[in-house]
Design a protein around this ligand. Structure first.
Ligand code: 4AD
Ligand code: MG
Length: 442
């Protein structure tokens, strides 16, 4: 029996002339009633299989000739070098259809539906997301996403961070009440967490360097190009560190993600139209720091209406970052613009010691973080001035009553990083089953 290989193994040229078995899905077929050309796809690539009447038995010829697009098949044959599209083809000696497609309901994601879809944006493709996942564009996105997740784990684990899990059902907001998802909880109310942070701070005196990759939830009512209601959040927290140290980690993490993509996903990125030199630049450059006030002045000089004290929304970040060649940190936001946990700057308490990292090319915020308010007195002052009830945060205040230390951390939206580095128009393109205000299906 012939040995089974991935198509990718064949395409690198190490099985020339060998008789092999391949398993996959029918991507395209054409030909006559004497010779059929079947392009087979698996997760590693695609290859043309040539099925000649007479070279295979009639039953096999009829079965493979009749296989509809996206049927699964198993074929055996000899690997032949060609000067056609894939460089190799398979001269089939036998094969069969494993999972047939019913001719009454052919695979709905046709090339014309894709052409209209402009990057997966039509409702039709979103309704058929479970089938759209196997298209070449989504396959590339999912591989890029996997590399990004791997790079985040490697970055933190290589530096002795401990992976730590927080609950997803919580009693209070982290990032303000307006985007909280409320869930009935046995006669009481609970919320889906917006961030791992507050519970990570509880473990900060135990572990000192901790991180996670977990989903976070935000009831974002409007559908935008960069908001999901369920997104994947890489977060970290360190003891004995302030805004500067945390920013250094954020910069180094993003650079190492870009480097991993260049090393592992050059083909996928190029096929999506990304300029690899630009991604390499994101991996090699220092990321400049700019204060919030300077960003406001820059925006005002571009004619954007913005008042001091407002957080920057997407439309403003888009304008600000359009001319950036590399990501930039914005630091020292006004205290009124940020939640209670941000530490006021001792040198000028109108501001907090925080940062957002804004990706270039108009993508905007990918990281939010900073130094935490860490004494009991300061945290109570911040909670009260925000008008937030103390009760859900008693545990959080307690952490400051027993050996509080300076500490800080950040959260990075993984889906946003994937969108930026892959050049996607919309965050939805980067996640298998996107969730937004109008969609929890499929
Ligand atoms: O800036 P945010 O709200 O900060 C926090 O949640 C902090 N508690 C993090 C921390 O310090 N540990 O969110 C962090 C990042 C944003 O910069 C953005 O990249 C991403 O999370 N993000 C979203 N991504 C997709 N869809 C949404 N609705 C998002 N909201 C935030
Ligand atoms: Mg933010």
């Amino acid at each position: 029996m012939a040995k089974q290989y991935w198509i990718g193994d064949i395409l690198v040229g190490s099985h020339d002339e060998e008789v092999v078995e391949l398993c996959g899905w029918v991507h395209r077929t054409r030909g006559s009633n004497k010779i059929r050309f079947l392009v087979l796809r698996d997760s590693t690539g695609s290859l043309q299989c040539v099925i000649k009447k007479g070279a295979v038995d009639d039953e096999c010829f009829d079965a493979l000739s009749g296989a509809l697009i996206e049927s699964s098949v198993r074929v055996t044959g000899q690997v032949i070098r060609t000067d056609r599209e894939h460089g190799y083809e398979l001269s089939v000696s036998t094969g069969n259809v494993v999972g047939a497609v019913n001719p009454d309901s052919p695979f709905p994601i046709t090339e014309s539906a894709m052409a209209e879809a402009d990057g997966g944006e039509t409702e039709f493709l979103l309704d058929n997301r479970h089938l759209y996942l196997r298209t070449s564009r989504m396959t590339k996105m999912l591989k890029i996403r996997s590399t990004v997740f791997g790079a985040v784990h490697s970055y933190f684990r290589d530096r002795d961070f401990i992976e730590y899990q927080a609950p997803n059902f919580v009693a209070g907001a982290v990032e303000g009440g307006s985007t909280l998802f409320e869930v009935p909880y046995f006669g009481k109310k609970a919320y889906l967490t917006q961030s791992w942070q507050l519970y990570a701070e509880a473990a900060m005196p135990a572990l000192e360097r901790l991180y996670t990759i977990a989903p976070s939830f935000r009831a974002e009512k409007s559908r935008t190009r960069r908001h999901l209601t369920e997104f994947w959040h890489a977060e970290m927290e360190i003891a004995w560190g302030g805004n500067q140290e945390v920013m250094e980690h954020g910069e180094a993490l993003v650079r190492s993600i870009a480097q991993s993509l260049v090393e592992e996903r050059e083909d996928e990125l190029s096929e999506l139209g990304r300029d690899i030199d630009m991604i390499q630049k994101y991996a090699d450059s220092k990321y400049p720091r700019m204060r919030y006030d300077e960003a406001v002045e820059t925006l005002q000089s571009k004619g954007v209406e913005i008042e001091w004290g407002q957080d920057l929304d997407y439309s403003k970040e888009k304008i600000l970052t359009q001319d950036f060649e590399v990501p930039h940190f914005l630091t020292h936001y006004p205290r009124v613009a940020k939640p209670f946990y941000h530490r006021p700057d001792p040198e000028d308490p109108k501001y907090v010691l925080c940062h957002d990292l804004l990706a270039p090319e108009g993508y905007g915020e990918i990281i939010g973080g900073g130094e935490r308010t860490w004494s009991e007195k300061e945290i109570l002052e911040r909670i009260d001035e925000e008008g937030t009830p103390r009760e859900p945060y008693e545990f959080y205040i307690d952490i400051r009553r027993y050996g509080g230390v300076p500490h800080g951390g950040f959260g990075m939206g993984i889906d946003r990083v994937c969108a930026w580095l892959s050049g996607a128009d919309h965050i939805r393109e980067t996640i298998p089953f996107p969730r937004d205000s109008r969609r929890v299906t499929p």
